[in-house]
Structures are given as structure tokens and as C-alpha cells.
Design a protein around this ligand. Sequence first.
Ligand SMILES: NC(=O)c1ccc[n+]([C@@H]2O[C@H](COP(=O)([O-])OP(=O)(O)OC[C@H]3O[C@@H](n4cnc5c(N)ncnc54)[C@H](O)[C@@H]3O)[C@@H](O)[C@H]2O)c1
Ligand SMILES: [Zn+2]
Length: 354
Amino acid sequence: VKSEIIEICGAGFHYDAVVGRGLMARSGALSGELVRGKRCAVIADEISGRLFGQRVCQSLTAASLQPLLIAVAPGENSKTFAQVEMICGQMADAKLDRSSFVVGLGGGVIGDLSGFVAAVFHRGIPHIQIPTTLLAMVDSAIGGKTGVNLPAGKNLVGAIHHPVLVLADLDALEALPPRELRQGYAEIVKHGIIRDAEMLRRLRARKIELPELIRRNIAIKARIVSADDRETSGERALLNFGHTVGHAIERAFDFRLPHGDCISLGMLAACEISTKRASFSQIEREEVVALLRQFELPTRLPRDISRGKIIELVGPDKKFEGGAIRFVVTPRLGEAHVSRDVTIKDICAAVENL
Ligand SMILES: NC(=O)c1ccc[n+]([C@@H]2O[C@H](COP(=O)([O-])OP(=O)(O)OC[C@H]3O[C@@H](n4cnc5c(N)ncnc54)[C@H](O)[C@@H]3O)[C@@H](O)[C@H]2O)c1
Ligand SMILES: [Zn+2]
């Protein structure tokens, strides 16, 4: 497979996302000209570090760079200030400085954590993203959002710090468990619903190969964040499709149900609401159900989970600015907009029906 380059630019940032094979083994040569100094921290979790750490570090070393591999425990619990302090401490001890850079090698947890480290170490050094999950390739590595969690909630502390390069190496996906692959497909279906009906048709017919699928999804997210990287014009809000109800489900399950699974259900609620408040058709809603099933994403909420609790948790969501509900609806597959016509009753009805 020949690699493909997607150029991502907006106000004050400009970088390439490369999609292809063998990119980790070429990461040194690809990084070299984008950075000033030789020292860098390769931040991974124990799984991505074990699988790919050596490949990346060897390539960096071969390009006369000096990598320091730092691995944290896998999982969301590593996205903390404590880890940021530990990592920055190790970097300082190894004499990394303002001219150094950070390579994030892992899924979205590592991308967010390493990106935040890059944003704050010496007030900001370059960040290279090597996403190793499908979700990280099509979603979290693009857009510049970085950060960590607080006990009070997820992603409450962070910075916008765009990477200087994203390397989406398809080789990484070979080791990825089906459950993790599915998490990426949830966001891919979301991108299709808001921006790309043709991609959805081809997914349904299984007539799209992984390299093109990833390239297309990076392009969709890139176009949206380039227009609105700091969430001012409302464009970026479209990426919240399915997330108002999805986040409430996630919290109702106390984060025991993975994010993509919750978003799958949240998107179905949003589709249901769109049949009422936009001109979305029942037939299109059925198409979304079929597509989610195809990727083994859940389409029914377990009976024993309280609908009331989910509805309660929808309330304080940030989409309710100034009292009016701002809810992302789709009038037809491939299009979306923010609606102010959605009522809390619409949301209740959609959640009851899940
Ligand atoms: N910054 C953003 O814009 C943005 C967007 C979406 C999500 N996120 C964040 O992304 C995180 C979720 O990311 P994720 O789903 O990638 O989770 P993750 O980083 O926890 O990775 C999932 C699991 O897969 C393992 N893994 C990673 N690569 C692998 C590989 N190639 N083969 C086998 N196993 C591998 C990891 O060790 C981990 O156990 C959340 O913290 C979320 O907040 C950020
Ligand atoms: Zn999401």
C-alpha cells in the first residue's frame, strides 16, 4: 500500500497526517526535519510500548535522534496529573529541553496524555502522534485536543496543542482486539452520518478498504476542526452527534460500558429525535441500526439499566448552554446541524425507546 498524506491546516497550525504501512519503522526519517533537537520522549502504554516501542525507537535512533521510552499502565486511569508530573520529571532528568519533542505511541489515552505533556513541558514542545487504535487514528489524534482527567470528571484539564505530524500505521491495527476496533467504528459511523452518506453506503456493502476508510475519516474530522478548532463557530459541535445521550449512558454505567458502545446507543436516540425534529426518515434510521449491528455495536439498552438515571444525567451536559437545548440532529444521512427545537421530552421519549 502506498502511503497517503492528508494536509491539515487552520488558524496557526499546519501538519500532515500520513496513512499507510511501515510508518512506525520510518518514523525517525519522517520526524527528523520537523524538529530542532535530537532528544525525544516516546510516551506509550505498556501494551503499545511492548508491541511497537522498539520499532519506533530503533527508527528514531537510526535517524540520529535520541529516544527515551516512557511507558505508563494501560487504561483511562493513566490520564492524570500524577502521570504528567512523573513523565515530565523523567524527561527533565534525561536532560530533555525546549528543543526536544514528544512522540505519543498508543491509543487515545496516550495521545491525550502525551499531547498534554508536549503542551506544557518547557511551555510547549512539538508533538508527533503515532495512533495505534482505530479510534485514535480516525478521531483523537486529529484536532489538537489534549488533556487529563480529574476525580471530578473526564477531560476537565487540557490544552489545544496540535501535533506536527500524525502517522497512522495500518500495521498497528493487526494486534487490536475486536472490542477496541468497534470503538473506532462507532465514531466512523458518526462521521458518516454528519458528513458522508456515500461512505456509509460503501461500509454497508463492505466495499471500502481500511486505508481509504481511515483517510476519509481523518479528512472529515480535519475539515471540521480546521474550520473551528476552538469550538467557536459551532462547526465542531457537530462532532457531538450522539454524544449528549451517549455521555449520559456512559455515566449511568459508571464508565463500565466502553465509549463507542454508549455512543452507538446515543446516535440511535439522536436519529429518533431527528425523525421528529428534522426530516430524518424511519428508513434511514433502520440503515443506521443495521450498520451499527454490522460492527457489533449495541443497538438496545440493557433492560436493567434505569432510563430515569440516564435522563437525569443528560441535564447538566454542556450542550444546554443558557437554558436552550442545543442538540445535534440529522435531516438526512450525510448532513447535520444544531437544533434549538429539541425538548427534554423528546430526549426522554428517545431514551425510553432505547
Ligand atoms: N483528543 C480528542 O479529540 C479525543 C477524541 C476521542 C477520544 N479521546 C480520548 O481517547 C481515549 C480513548 O482512546 P482509545 O479508545 O484509543 O483507548 P486506549 O488508548 O485506552 O486504547 C485501548 C486499549 O487498546 C490497547 N492498544 C492500543 N493500541 C493497540 C494495538 N495496536 N494493539 C493492541 N492493543 C492496543 C491499549 O493499551 C488499551 O488497552 C479516551 O481517553 C478519550 O477521552 C480523545
Ligand atoms: Zn466520541
